[in-house]
Ligand binder design. Structure first.
Ligand SMILES: N[C@@H](CCC(=O)N[C@@H](CS)C(=O)NCC(=O)O)C(=O)O
Length: 356
């Protein structure tokens, strides 16, 4: 049976903006290669429509399961924006994902069972599903996708403006930059995760990490043909080996300083041994068997605040249960090494980089 064409996304959805998807788009033309659709909203905090303000005018919607959204949660926490930018964690399910119409039963992330963690979260803007947010901010959003025969892309993270009821951005790479710098005048920390002198090095490592690792694991897992999977797997492991070697020479991706690039790598690695190794068939090695990646994983985990953003149970349930095109039974596995605390903390770890 041919599985051709059952992968996610079409090449023409990549968009022509200067976004990550466009810059690092999957160049594989093999039928069945995955092409992540472009996110639609790319406004900036600090513009006349969206001036920097505190008091939760802006609200961040993230899923604890999603690695892109997790980036934002980590930066929000490290920048101590708890009383400045609101936060809602979605539930873990994405129900009724389908690649073929009709898409009527697909509503995206829900707020029925809200996120876990040591502080409480709520959905203050009256949305039941993330679909409600997208439709409120951009009426006709569903229709725009359905008219092209596609499932509406209800991506998280979303940075939402409660005043204008518009989406500022739905692109994690841009949201983490804004969280890092746009609320500086209100933020109780001087931590800068994108120092000017490291920007070009950051871009250099992002250009490896995004296509081969962050999106790379999805290119393996969502491949719709054997050939597309094999191409994605090869490129993924070229990237992993490069980063393993780099982290053998220095503590973080750009040297000794922890930056947004490290956050971006970390949220993928944190899911690796639980999910990607088996569910996405990236199974050459586990992170725990790659000494430098594993050291990095544990090192970042020990930065104060990071641990509280990691919800492994919801990560596991989300992928294995929601992605029925990959795992039709929806059964999630038991017995993960990552569920043991000793996986994350070892006595010979380096001292934490930051204590907030
Ligand atoms: N380029 C986006 C990717 C976000 C993304 O694809 N999020 C997935 C979850 S991992 C999502 O929300 N999917 C919902 C959908 O496909 O409707 C970003 O980095 O923010």
């Amino acid at each position: 049976m041919s599985t051709e064409g059952k992968s996610w996304g079409k090449k023409e959805d990549i968009g022509d903006e200067n976004t990550e998807q466009a810059k690092f788009a999957n160049k594989d033309n093999t039928p069945g290669a995955m092409h992540r659709p472009a996110t639609k909203f790319h406004n900036k905090i600090g513009s006349s429509e969206f001036p920097a303000e505190s008091n939760n005018r802006y609200h961040l919607y993230v899923s604890e399961s999603c690695p892109w959204a997790h980036r934002c949660h980590v930066v929000w926490r490290l920048k101590s924006l708890q009383n400045i930018v609101g936060l809602t964690l979605t539930g873990w399910k994405l129900e009724n994902i389908s690649h073929t119409p009709p898409f009527d039963d697909y509503h995206g992330w829900d707020f029925v069972e809200s996120g876990s963690g040591s502080y409480s979260y709520s959905e203050p803007n009256g949305f039941k599903f993330i679909e409600d947010l997208y439709e409120k901010a951009h009426p006709g959003y569903r229709q725009e996708w359905e008219s092209r025969g596609q499932r509406p892309y209800y991506a998280v993270p979303v940075l939402y403006d409660t005043k204008t009821e518009k989406i500022v951005s739905s692109e994690s790479a841009e949201i983490i930059q804004m969280l890092n710098e746009a609320f500086e005048e209100f933020a109780p920390t001087t931590l800068n995760l994108e120092p000017a002198n490291l920007k070009s090095k950051m871009e250099e490592v992002n250009s490896i990490v995004y296509p081969t690792i962050n999106d790379g694991v999805y290119r393996c897992g969502f491949a719709g043909s054997q050939q597309a999977y094999e191409n994605a797997y090869k490129s993924h492991w070229e990237g992993m080996d490069k980063i393993e070697a780099l982290l053998g020479e220095q503590r973080f991706l750009t040297g000794e300083e922890f930056t947004l690039s490290d956050v971006r790598l970390w949220t993928t690695l944190a899911r690796y041994d639980t999910v990607y190794f088996s569910h996405f068939k990236t199974n050459r090695s586990m992170v725990k068997d790659m000494p430098n990646l594993y050291r990095f994983l544990r090192d970042v985990y020990r930065i104060e605040g990071v641990k509280s953003t990691l919800n492994l149970e919801w990560i596991k349930k989300h992928y294995y249960w929601s992605q029925r095109m990959v795992n039709p039974t929806g059964i999630w596995p038991l017995g993960m090494a990552t569920e043991d605390e000793s996986y994350w903390e070892k006595s010979d770890d380096l001292p934490p980089v930051y204590t907030l």
